[in-house]
Design a protein around this ligand. Structure first.
Ligand code: IMP
Length: 180
């Protein structure tokens, strides 16, 4: 309905099978690295939720989850890196092992802001796990400990990632091709 431009799906960049296999590998690695601890997985809404829920079901260690919601102050289409907290974590992370679980790291500005904010709360450790890494677009270096896939500098949708809030439900990652 309406004048909304429906994007074509473009080509599938990462299939459902490839995602499932990589999630299992990452979960195995995290389970090994955090053996004997109970990390808190922090998901940044909304894009990170699909990855978080898949990842946690493959973890073989006890863990907790928590959520944050942020919005970037944009200047036009560019992220400025100044972030407004819309919803904060429900628990104190001081002394805890924290893993930020992200959908994609693009410029890195949002993640850098969140990372510094969480570090100021004095967790025992803080690592970052992202499903997708759009390295070519990085504007600030953020240490990333676990990466699912590196993706080219194109706009991707699916597996939590949206185009105007749609298409998060696609079970694969696709390059979005606007419908002319
Ligand atoms: P950054 O601060 O530039 O790293 O922005 C990261 C956020 O921008 C991600 O958490 C996504 O919500 C969004 N984003 C970046 N690239 C894409 C994309 O290709 N598709 C959909 N959302 C994206």
């Amino acid at each position: 309905m309406g004048a909304a431009v429906e994007p074509l799906m473009g080509k599938v960049l990462i299939s459902e099978t490839e995602i499932a296999r990589r999630v299992e590998e990452l979960a195995a690695q995290i389970s090994r690295d955090y053996q004997g601890t109970v990390p808190t997985l922090v998901s940044v809404l909304k894009g990170g939720i699909i990855f978080l829920t898949d990842l946690m079901r493959k973890l073989e260690i006890l863990h907790e989850i928590d959520f944050m919601s942020v919005s970037s102050y944009d200047s036009g289409t560019q992220t400025t890196g100044v972030v407004r907290i819309l919803a904060d974590l429900s628990r104190n992370i001081e002394g805890k092992d924290v893993i930020i679980v992200e959908d994609i790291v693009d410029s890195g500005l949002t993640l850098d802001y969140i990372r510094n904010m969480l570090l100021s709360r004095r967790p025992k450790s803080l690592k970052i796990c992202t499903m997708l890494d759009k390295k070519a677009r990085r504007r600030v270096e953020v240490p990333i400990d676990y990466v699912g896939f590196e993706v080219p500098d194109e706009f991707v949708i699916g597996y939590g990632l949206d185009y105007q809030e749609k298409y998060r439900n696609l079970p694969y990652v696709a390059v979005m091709v606007p419908n002319e």
